[in-house]
Design a protein around this ligand. Structure first.
Ligand code: TYD
Length: 205
């Protein structure tokens, strides 16, 4: 079976993390090797950049450039070698997050985003992207309940997450074959079932 690249997206607090584990378990249950990773991060350098990105104040374009710098390293050191070896790669976020957060949330010029995307991965897109879609008010309550100190993104206000959510939905509308939107207001069990159906339908062919 051809290797697959699957990414998970959504605003902070949408609940994607627990579902990633379910997706990885489903793929492994078919005897397929899986690399689970995340962005920003996924490599030693990428994890250092993540620390800066999540905690250090910076210019919006610096933020976008560092996201793509971490991604370049991630692709070269981890994602592309794994795919070439026949493994599947499941990543907690990828380039759609830069579109949603930096273009949608922060107002990065869309042409600059497009130029970076074309530079860093001109011929590669995920085979499947799952967007966990949730009302930012509900997501904020979930985050507050988790009781962890918020990072630079999690500290943003509701209107920021409204823009991030809208940008994710625009991106999904532009590429409906690749990007599937999951209603994250459902129960965890309902979400897991929908997720598994989509993965079976799109990836296990
Ligand atoms: P996230 O992956 O949600 O991790 P955790 O669940 O541990 O908080 O956090 C990463 C943050 O980085 C998230 O708020 C979104 C942000 N982000 C961007 O703004 N742009 C990007 O390109 C990526 C990959 C992430």
């Amino acid at each position: 079976m051809k290797s697959r690249f699957i990414t998970f997206e959504g605003i902070d607090g949408a609940g994607k993390s627990s579902q990633i584990a379910a997706a990885v378990a489903l793929i492994q249950s078919r005897g397929i090797p899986v690399v689970q990773t995340r962005e920003p991060g996924g490599t030693p350098l990428g994890e250092k950049l993540r620390e800066l990105l999540l905690h250090e104040p910076m210019h919006l374009e610096t933020e976008a450039l560092l996201m793509f710098a971490a991604r370049r390293e991630h692709l070269a050191a981890r994602i592309q070698p794994a795919l070439a070896a026949g493994a599947w790669v499941v990543s907690d976020r990828f380039t759609d997050a830069t579109y949603a957060y930096q273009v949608g949330g922060r107002g990065l010029d869309e042409k600059r985003f497009a130029a970076l995307e074309k530079w860093v991965h001109p011929h590669l897109q995920p085979d499947l992207t799952l967007i966990f879609d949730l009302d930012p008010q509900v997501a904020a309550r979930r985050l507050a309940g988790a009781g962890q100190a918020p990072d630079r993104f999690e500290s943003e206000q509701a209107d920021f997450f409204e823009r991030v959510r809208a940008a994710y939905l625009r991106r999904a509308a532009a590429d409906p074959a690749r990007i599937k939107v999951i209603d994250a207001a459902q129960t965890p069990d309902e979400i897991r079932k929908e997720l598994e159906q989509i993965i079976v339908e799109i990836c296990f062919q």
